[in-house]
Design a protein around this ligand. Structure first.
Ligand code: CA
Ligand code: CA
Length: 460
């Protein structure tokens, strides 16, 4: 639970950071390109130019944002961050041009929105950031405000702040938080400001001067925990459920051809790949597979990297199917980046009391049948052996002994398949042992080292 909450917090922080990084602009980006009433912009360097369609001075109607920011002295030739404030336009506004800081602009009369680098009384709340600090002018009058406590983002921020009691009439700094759009907004009179009622508009969000708890009326399902974010909430699922609202119940990888990591109802995490349950994966040699019985029993490695899922988990996942309905698939990559596969129509792993005995058979594929290769190299019916457990059928040797680097496996009188073998060829490999001391699949490219394996099951 603790780890999952960290994840949620990380998600929230990432969202906030992503949204605050700002609107990416070039020197050519125009005021008309901004999508929000309050937009954080990072201007590049060297945006000066002699001629442009820049119109206005301090308050602009059109033209390149970064050139205007240079004229208004928010940045110099080196660029930097600025905030663009958009104000709803009035018909036939006249804008006077200017010539400041080596930037010339023209005069024009234009209908439509106006833009500045300072907050205005009429600037609305749809911001490029979820948490926004603004410096409000004094004595804003006449701008529309919709709602009480929670306001439609079509409201004047500065006037709403006075209504909410978050700001005195003489203006100043105020912070507001974006929240989910409301189904309706109720007007009221407060702190000398009268706000209006409004109905919902699906495109609009709302805002408030505190972080509203969006977990009220949340849609989290199946007993999941709602965690409040900014303008959002997150559902932390109980084991066995997933999806944004924990609406999807997880039973098996093969139910719905799932891909991804899931928490089973038992609390065990599982890796699904296109409807297959992955129980072994190797691709970079970062995890040591020359480990002990208890490691192979419980699993080791990292489920987002190289791992062995665990014999007990494999047993639990397959036991109901009695070696009848589970398939095993082995995907292999070699050092030449060629691939092959082996698929077995029968697969099952017994209980620990019988050393996780393997049932396997029914080969098809392109890699050749290395698992049931020959009488003495047939893993069907073999028990699992590790460096500290000799359950193999070779009376005089311990095939999974550490010196052989075969790793843990279902070993007969040694094996023709060693997907858990050493990552690198082991120079001290005992010469009397014909088998490889590294990841090996004897029927495919005999003796050439493999650098990728994925072992997975699907029971249907
Ligand atoms: Ca919130
Ligand atoms: Ca032995």
């Amino acid at each position: 639970m603790l780890i999952k909450n960290y994840r949620v917090i990380t998600i929230i922080v990432l969202i906030v950071l992503r949204k605050t990084r700002g609107f990416e602009v070039t020197c050519d980006t125009e005021f008309s390109d901004v999508k929000h009433s309050i937009t954080n912009v990072l201007c590049p360097a060297n945006c000066w130019r002699q001629y442009s369609n820049l119109c206005g001075d301090r308050i602009y109607s059109r033209g390149p944002i970064c050139l205007a920011a240079m004229q208004d002295q928010w940045i110099d030739g080196g660029g930097g961050p600025v905030v663009v404030y958009r104000s709803p336009g009035k018909r036939g506004n006249h804008y006077s041009g200017g010539n400041r800081n080596a930037v010339k602009s023209e005069s024009c009369s234009v209908d439509g929105d106006s833009y500045s680098f300072e907050m205005t009384c009429s600037t609305q709340a749809d911001s490029s950031t979820l948490v926004t600090q603004v410096d409000c002018p004094a004595y804003c009058r006449g701008e529309a405000v919709y709602g009480s406590g929670i306001y439609s983002d079509k409201s004047s921020v500065c006037r709403a702040a006075v209504h909410a009691g978050a700001l005195p009439d003489k203006g100043g700094m105020v912070i507001f938080y974006t929240t989910l759009g409301q189904s309706s907004y109720t007007g009221s009179t407060s702190h000398g400001v009268t706000s209006k009622s409004a109905s919902a508009s699906s495109a609009h969000r709302a805002f408030a001067f505190t972080n509203i708890n969006e977990c009220v009326n949340n849609a989290c399902e199946h007993g999941s925990t709602c965690v409040d974010g900014i303008a959002e909430y997150f559902c932390v699922c109980l084991p066995g459920y997933n999806g944004k609202y924990c609406e999807k119940e997880f039973t098996h990888c093969w139910n719905g051809n799932l891909t991804g990591n899931f928490i089973m109802k038992s609390g065990v995490e599982v890796v699904c790949n296109k409807g297959w349950l992955v129980f072994q994966r190797r691709f970079d040699g970062s995890v040591d597979f020359q480990v002990y019985w208890s490691d192979y029993r419980y699993g080791f490695g990292c489920l987002n990297g190289e791992f062995w899922w665990g014999l007990q988990n494999i047993h639990e996942a397959t036991k109901a199917f009695q070696c009848k309905q589970c398939r095993l698939r082995v995907d292999l990559n070699d050092i030449d980046e060629e691939t092959s596969y082996a698929e077995y129509s029968k697969f099952g792993v017994g209980p620990e009391s019988n050393d996780y005995q393997l049932c396997v058979g029914g080969y098809t594929g392109t890699a050749g049948d290395s698992i049931t290769y020959s009488k003495y190299l047939n893993s069907n019916g073999a028990k699992f052996s590790t460096r500290d457990r000799d359950n193999d059928f070779a009376a005089s040797v311990h095939c999974a002994d550490y010196t052989r680097r075969n790793g843990g496996w279902w070993i007969n009188a040694c094996a023709f398949a060693t997907p858990n073998g050493g990552w690198n060829t082991y120079p001290g490999c005992p010469s009397q042992i014909k088998y490889p001391c590294h990841i090996y699949w004897g029927t495919w490219k005999n003796s050439i080292r493999l650098i990728g394996t994925e072992l997975k099951i699907r029971c249907v």
